[in-house]
Ligand binder design. Structure first.
Ligand code: GLU
Length: 511
C-alpha cells in the first residue's frame, strides 16, 4: 500500500432496517480502516426521497454502535468533509451536474414517461437487443442534443420536467482492477445514458456517490457485489470530471447466500427458517410489523461480528474465534473471497455459545438475574452464580438458562408423564424412602458425599444405579433433564432435597 491516507466510507440509504449483509460491509470497511490507521466515515445516502423510511437512519447508527463499529466522521460526529447526509449537500450536486453539461459529458433530457415507453416498444418491435436510452437512441429523443440551444433554454425556463443524463461515449473499453474480483472489462456500448440529476433538485445515487467519494477523499470503496454493475459508469464519471488520477480503489464483497447456497439471503429466508437477518429488532413504521434482531435474540455483539467477519473472508488459519481487535490485526482485503458466502444459522449459534463460555460467570449471573426478576423470581446472587457455572456449557444464549435451570428456583408441581411411566416402578417409592433416610445421615451435603452415600446405599442391594438416579432426578426436577443429579442436590441443599424427595414419594403416581 502506498502512503496515502486510508479513508473508507459506509454509505447506506435509509430505506429500511440494515440487512446483516450491510453490517458486514460496514465491518469490513471498519476493519480495513483500523488495520491501516485510516478513517471510517458514515455517509447517509438519502437522495431518493421516494424510498425514505422514517427511523431508518437512527436504526443504522444504533446498529453500528451495538456492533462496536466506531465512526470517525459522520452525521453525528461531523468532520472536515461534511455534511455527511446527502440531502444536506443538495446544492452541490446541481453544480457538478452542470459542470458535466458544460464539458459535454451530460445533457438535459425532456422525454416524458410515455415517450420513453414508445421508444422501448419500438426497439422491441425492431427486435433490438437492448431497449435503452443510449448512444444509438439519444439522437431520436427529446433532449439538449437534438433540440436547439434556444429550445432547450425555453423549456428549462418554462419549468418543464427534465433529467440530466450522462452521455456515455461510444465503443470505449473500460478496464478497472477490483481488489476482490480482479480485472473488470466492459465496453461502453453495453451501457446506457444513466440519469444523474432530476428536476426535483435531487441527484441520483450515481452522481452523488461519485462526487462525494471524490470530495471526501475516499481512498477505497468497499461495498457489496450488487454495486459491481455500477462500477463502469462510476469509472466514466471520474474520467468525465477529470478525477481519474485520484479515483479510489474498489473492492466488491461477495454476496451473503441463503443457507442452501442458492440465491441471495433475504428476510423471507430468515422468516421461513427462523433466524434474524437484521442486527436489531425493527418495527416497520407503516405496517407495525416487527422483524427480529440479533441483539434481541440474545446474541453477543462480539459473536455477531465474529460470525459476520468470517462470511467471505478468513485469516488463512483454522482459528475461528477472533475478537474485534484480532480481526482488525488479521484483516486483509486481498484475502476476501470471490464466491458468495453461505449463511449458516447453526454456526451463528455456535459462535454465540463460544462467546458465552468465554464470558465471566459474574457477568452471566447478572444477565440471568434480570431474566429471573422479570419472571418474578427472587434468588440469591451466589445461588445464581453457582447455577450459571453448572449449566452454561449447555446453553447458546443467556435466555436458554431458564429452560436449563428453572427447577433450581421452583420445586416441581407436576411430573413429566413419560418419565414417570418409564422410571417410576412399583418398587420405586420404597427405594426412594430408603434413599431419603440415607441422605439424612449426610452431614456435609456436597456432591462427593452424596455420591459416596448412594454407593454405600446400593451396596448389597440388587438394584442398579439407574433405578435410583432416574427417579431421584424426577423428584428434584419434575422431568428427565438437567445437569448431574449430585450437583443438583448439592445446590438445592439438604433440606430442599429431602423435601422434594418426600413430596415425590407422596405425589408421583403411575396411573
Ligand atoms: N447507497 C448505496 C447503498 O445503499 C451505497 C453503495 C456504495 O457503497 O456505493 O448501499
Amino acid at each position: 500500500m502506498d502512503n496515502k491516507q486510508i479513508r473508507v466510507r459506509f454509505a447506506p440509504s435509509p430505506t429500511g432496517p440494515l440487512h446483516m449483509g450491510g453490517v458486514r460491509t460496514a465491518l469490513f470497511n471498519y476493519l480495513f480502516a483500523r488495520k491501516n490507521e485510516g478513517k471510517f466515515i458514515l455517509r447517509i445516502e438519502d437522495t431518493d426521497q421516494t424510498r425514505y423510511v422514517e427511523g431508518a437512519e437512527d436504526y443504522i447508527i444504533e446498529s453500528l454502535k451495538w456492533c462496536g463499529i466506531e465512526i470517525d466522521e459522520g452525521v453525528e460526529e461531523g468532520g472536515p468533509y461534511g455534511p455527511y447526509r446527502q440531502s444536506d449537500r443538495k446544492e452541490l450536486y446541481k453544480e457538478f451536474s452542470e459542470r458535466l453539461i458544460e464539458s459535454e459529458n451530460a445533457y438535459y433530457a425532456f422525454d416524458t414517461a410515455e415517450e420513453l415507453d414508445v421508444m422501448r416498444e419500438r426497439l422491441k418491435q425492431e427486435k433490438s437487443s437492448v431497449q435503452q436510452y443510449n448512444a444509438l437512441t439519444r439522437g431520436e429523443m427529446k433532449n439538449s442534443l437534438t433540440l436547439s440551444q434556444d429550445e432547450t433554454k425555453d423549456l428549462l425556463n418554462s419549468g418543464a420536467k427534465y433529467v440530466i443524463r450522462f452521455k456515455m461515449p461510444e465503443n470505449q473499453e473500460i478496464i478497472v482492477e477490483d481488489i476482490v474480483r480482479g480485472t473488470v472489462k466492459v465496453n461502453t456500448n453495453q451501457l446506457d445514458d444513466k440519469v444523474l440529476f432530476k428536476s426535483d433538485g435531487m441527484p441520483t445515487y450515481h452522481l452523488a456517490n461519485v462526487v462525494d467519494d471524490h470530495l471526501m477523499k475516499i481512498s477505497h470503496v468497499i461495498r457489496g457485489e450488487e454495486w459491481l454493475p455500477s462500477l463502469p459508469l462510476h469509472i466514466m464519471l471520474y474520467k468525465a470530471f477529470g478525477w481519474s488520477e485520484t479515483k479510489p480503489e474498489f473492492a466488491h464483497l461477495p454476496l451473503l447466500l441463503k443457507p442452501s447456497g442458492k440465491g441471495k439471503l433475504s428476510k423471507r429466508d430468515g422468516d421461513a427458517l427462523g433466524f434474524p437477518v437484521f442486527p436489531l429488532e425493527w418495527k416497520d413504521p407503516k405496517t407495525g410489523e416487527i422483524s427480529r434482531g440479533y441483539r434481541e435474540d440474545g446474541y453477543f455483539a462480539d459473536a455477531f461480528n465474529n460470525m459476520l467477519a468470517l462470511l467471505g473472508w478468513n485469516p488463512g488459519t483454522d482459528e475461528e474465534i477472533l475478537s474485534l481487535r484480532e480481526l482488525t490485526s488479521e484483516f486483509d482485503l486481498a484475502k476476501v473471497h470471490k464466491a458468495g458466502a453461505k449463511f449458516d444459522h447453526e454456526k451463528a449459534k455456535w459462535f454465540n455459545h463460544k462467546y458465552l463460555l468465554a464470558t465471566s460467570n459474574e457477568k452471566l449471573a447478572n444477565m440471568y438475574q434480570n431474566i429471573l426478576k422479570e419472571k418474578g423470581i427472587e434468588a440469591d446472587d451466589t445461588m445464581i452464580l453457582k447455577v450459571v457455572a453448572l449449566i452454561k456449557e449447555r446453553a447458546n444464549f443467556v435466555s436458554d438458562f431458564w429452560s436449563q435451570s428453572y427447577f433450581f428456583f421452583q420445586a416441581p408441581t407436576e411430573y413429566d408423564k413419560k418419565v414417570v411411566k418409564k422410571r417410576w416402578k412399583e418398587t420405586t417409592p420404597e427405594i426412594m424412602k430408603a434413599l431419603k433416610e440415607q441422605l439424612e445421615t449426610i452431614e456435609e451435603f456436597n456432591h462427593n458425599n452424596l455420591e459416596k452415600a448412594i454407593h454405600d446405599f446400593m451396596e448389597g442391594k440388587e438394584i442398579g444405579m439407574g433405578q435410583i438416579m432416574n427417579p431421584f432426578r424426577l423428584t428434584l426436577v419434575g422431568a428427565g433433564i438437567g445437569p448431574g443429579v449430585f450437583e443438583i442436590a448439592e445446590l438445592l441443599g439438604k433440606k430442599e432435597t429431602i423435601k422434594r424427595l418426600q413430596k415425590g414419594i407422596e405425589n408421583i403416581k403411575r396411573d
